[in-house]
Design a protein around this ligand. Structure first.
Ligand code: ADP
Ligand code: MG
Length: 397
């Protein structure tokens, strides 16, 4: 389906009659936790709150479900939804009922006993292998709890799992407010870009992002590359990148890209080191001067300046992927500078990706970004126009 039609034909929550109904909401409860299971960042939980509050204020009986981490069909205590339920109680300012299962007789009993405005939280769906396997019986049990289904898990929209697609065979499905907003904003980027439109793409693997780079070359005026994925392009251009992370199997595709498109920009200078560790001596140099025993770990000052000249003129910017190995302070500068220049720009800006958002957080420019997507892989897949069955499930045919 054409991207624009998703937004046009999205079945949104405001179209549903939820009063007195049991409504199953698939939430994005996949939050970062520490070893003890304490929540490090509750942004994804907070993004679900408007939809939950809407349901409460419209007298629905609210059943919340989601997954956390990759327990792979096993019960992993640290990944229990107990802490999520506690956080929900704080955020909603009301009691939340939490059980230790996501399907079965106890859950059915609790769901059918819910009164209007009450909230029930199910256990981590991925404690059952049937969730990721999209097992129809599991999906049916989950769906049997409710009369309506709301998808509020954009970060998971590229997953064909029981709680994302399977359930929608059994109950009418709607898009929650946050999901609606994500689709609206990302549709705007690909369908109605304001020019100059600049895409900044970095991160680890070009194989993950090659399709989105190609898509952006269709719609954007400039595509600025950085991070490890730029190494593969540099190598394809015949530049020696030393010990840098490269995906050799992508070289021929990378060659095709650079030959056809002068809107694609790669770093002209870089920061290198002989090891990827803290406090290591670093060198700034032109890309042509990278030695055989060096790693490219950040973009250089000249590249930052060149990119800034382009970013400064932009009316619309999308950014995904750090410009360097930002986890180590010595190689975080390029990424911080990109965050700064996008933050300082008046352009409509969209940023996504787990690591990118972490870097953005550290930069202090988060508040200046027009829209921060909750989905990393999901955002990329949407932007590149992949078929997303979970999205089709909440879209009019
Ligand atoms: P996002 O999560 O924002 O989509 P990715 O997961 O694609 O981003 O990429 C982030 C990772 O890429 C980070 O762990 C970062 O250290 C790594 N990275 C970026 N540049 C380099 C580089 N030059 N060499 C090695 N790793 C890099
Ligand atoms: Mg990542």
């Amino acid at each position: 389906m054409h991207i624009e039609s998703f937004f046009m034909k999205l079945r949104t929550l405001d179209q549903a009659n939820v009063s007195g109904k049991r409504v199953l909401v698939r939430c994005g409860f996949d939050v970062a936790m520490d070893e003890e299971g304490r929540i490090l960042d509750d942004a994804r939980i907070r993004e679900c709150i408007p939809t939950i509050e809407y349901l409460i204020s419209h007298n629905a009986k609210v059943i919340l479900c989601g997954h956390n981490g990759r327990p792979k069909g096993k019960i992993v205590k640290r990944l229990s939804m107990n802490t999520v339920a506690e956080r929900l109680e704080q955020l909603l300012g009301r009691k939340v009922l939490k059980l230790d299962e996501s399907i079965g007789p106890d859950i059915e009993k609790a769901a059918f006993a819910l009164k209007d405005q009450e909230v029930l939280v199910l256990e981590n769906l991925r404690f059952h292998a049937e969730e990721e396997a999209n097992d129809p019986a599991f999906a049916k049990s989950l769906a049997s709890l409710a009369e309506l289904y709301v998808d509020e898990a954009f970060a998971n929209i590229h997953r064909d799992h029981a709680s994302m697609t399977g359930v929608t065979a059994f109950v009418p499905a709607y898009a929650g407010f946050r999901l609606q907003k994500e689709i609206e904003m990302l549709t705007k980027v690909v369908q109605k870009p304001e020019h100059p439109f600049v895409a900044v793409i970095g991160g680890a693997k070009i194989s993950d992002k090659i399709k989105v780079i190609k898509k952006m070359l269709e719609v954007a005026d400039y595509v600025l590359l950085g991070g490890a994925l730029a190494n593969t392009i540099l190598k394809a251009q015949g530049i020696s990148v030393g010990k840098s992370l490269v995906e050799d199997e992508m070289i021929s595709i990378a060659k095709d890209l650079t030959l056809i498109d002068n809107r694609l920009r790669v770093p002209v200078d870089v920061v290198t080191a002989k090891a990827i560790e803290k406090n290591v001596p670093t060198t700034a140099k032109a890309v042509a001067r990278v030695q055989d025993d060096e790693y490219i770990l950040d973009i250089g000052k000249d590249t930052v300046n060149l990119y800034e000249m382009i970013v400064k003129k932009a009316k619309m910017i999308v950014w995904g992927g750090p410009m360097g190995y930002f986890e180590i302070k010595e190689f975080a500068k390029g990424t911080c500078e990109i965050a700064r220049m996008i933050g300082q720009s008046d352009a409509f800006s969209v940023v996504g990706g787990g690591d990118t958002i972490e870097a953005l957080d550290q930069s202090g420019y988060k508040e200046n970004i027009s829209f921060i997507s909750t989905g990393g892989g999901a955002m990329l897949q949407f932007l590149q126009g992949s078929k997303l069955p979970a999205l089709e499930a909440v879209t009019e045919k």
